[in-house]
Design a protein around this ligand. Structure first.
Ligand SMILES: NC(=O)c1ccc[n+]([C@@H]2O[C@H](COP(=O)([O-])OP(=O)(O)OC[C@H]3O[C@@H](n4cnc5c(N)ncnc54)[C@H](O)[C@@H]3O)[C@@H](O)[C@H]2O)c1
Length: 314
């Protein structure tokens, strides 16, 4: 199939493009490189440096069968700091992508949603039928999802919403001021520095490895039972930040301990996915945390810490 991937230079988008190319699909990748990196885009993909808010994207969707919409402003703190740009990208940008898909006759859209949809619901594990986003980020992703629902209702679009929990793995954006957990811990320990934990470290997160995430995206593309469905994409198990730290340190054996600092505002206390929906379609999270941590450490060791090496991905 000919598929468009927005956010193709980012963490999930670049892995997904690699997987889709391997499976024999044709990939049209869009990204404005605001957070993603050009060197992360697979050479086999047709790449366009473009903003999803621009009408210039319409002709790029020509002949597309399906669209994976991943481009977003997605750092909680950045979204809080700039709600207007967040809405422009995550809401108006999403509407523009849907319109481009519709005009091109692409019948399938897979929307990258978030567990932030559950921020206001303290019933665990989270079920797909109740949402209550609280943050600017969470609410903007909800609004984007609602536009997807409108295109499904009025234009017969086949929509699959994949609600991601904490996706992790090689090539996560470790350049952020506060990088994602695994990368942050591995980077500091490998440099002989003590990692920082915000709060007590007792917040619990449902982690899902990137390869399991690309697998469910491919399933959403090829299995029509996913049409019209919202699927949680987590592992159905959660770990505290302290446990994740222990898992990374156990593999590196530096003997260093964490430094505890004030909690970050707006971070959920617990995330835990009910993954019955995805399981019913035959999907299973296959990569266990220990294995995922080992692969993440190997990436950080090579790409980030390795002397004289670039930041290339795989
Ligand atoms: N990584 C996770 O744990 C996670 C969890 C829940 C939801 N998600 C969702 O998955 C999607 C991908 O997340 P990710 O972790 O790969 O993030 P990422 O930041 O690595 O990738 C997002 C990509 O979108 C691009 N982008 C941003 N604004 C753009 C614009 N206006 N026009 C074109 N491109 C633009 C960025 O340059 C970047 O390459 C996002 O929609 C995010 O909300 C991710």
């Amino acid at each position: 199939m000919r598929v468009v991937v927005t956010g193709v230079a980012g963490f999930i988008g670049s892995h997904l493009a690699t997987r889709l190319l391997k499976e024999g699909h044709e990939v049209i990748g869009l990204d404005n490189l605001s957070a993603g990196l050009l060197e992360q885009v697979q050479p086999g993909a047709e790449f366009h440096e473009v903003d999803i808010r621009s009408r210039e994207i319409y002709p790029l969707f020509h002949g597309a069968d399906a669209v994976f919409h991943l481009a977003a402003k997605n750092c909680l703190a950045d979204c809080l700091q700039d709600p207007v740009e967040t809405a422009e990208i995550n809401v108006v940008g999403t509407a523009n992508v849907l319109e481009a898909a519709h005009r091109a006759g692409a019948s399938k859209v897979v929307y990258a949603d978030t567990s932030a949809e559950y921020e206001g619901i303290l019933d665990f594990p989270s079920r797909v039928d109740r949402v209550a986003p609280l943050s600017v980020y969470g609410r903007s992703k909800r609004a984007g999802a609602m536009f997807c629902e409108a295109y499904q209702a009025f234009h017969g679009l086949r929509l699959t919403v994949l609600r991601y929990f904490n996706v992790y793995g090689p090539a996560q954006d470790w350049r952020r001021a506060i990088p994602p957990l695994m990368s942050a811990f591995a980077m500091r320990l490998l440099r002989g520095e003590r990692p920082v934990i915000y709060g007590t470290g007792e917040k619990r997160r449902d982690f899902v490895y990137i390869d399991d995430v690309t697998t469910i995206n491919v399933l959403a593309l090829v299995d029509s039972r996913s049409d019209g469905r919202v699927l949680n994409v987590g592992s159905g198990t959660n770990y505290s930040v302290n446990e994740v730290f222990a898992a990374v340190e156990a593999q590196l054996g530096t003997g260093l301990t964490a430094i505890y600092q004030n909690d970050l505002p707006g971070e959920a206390g617990v995330t835990l996915a009910n993954i019955e929906g995805a399981r019913a379609l035959g999907w299973e999270p296959r990569v266990a945390l220990t294995e995922g941590v080992a692969r993440s450490i190997a990436y950080i060791r090579e790409a980030v810490i390795g002397e004289g090496r670039g930041v290339g991905r795989r």
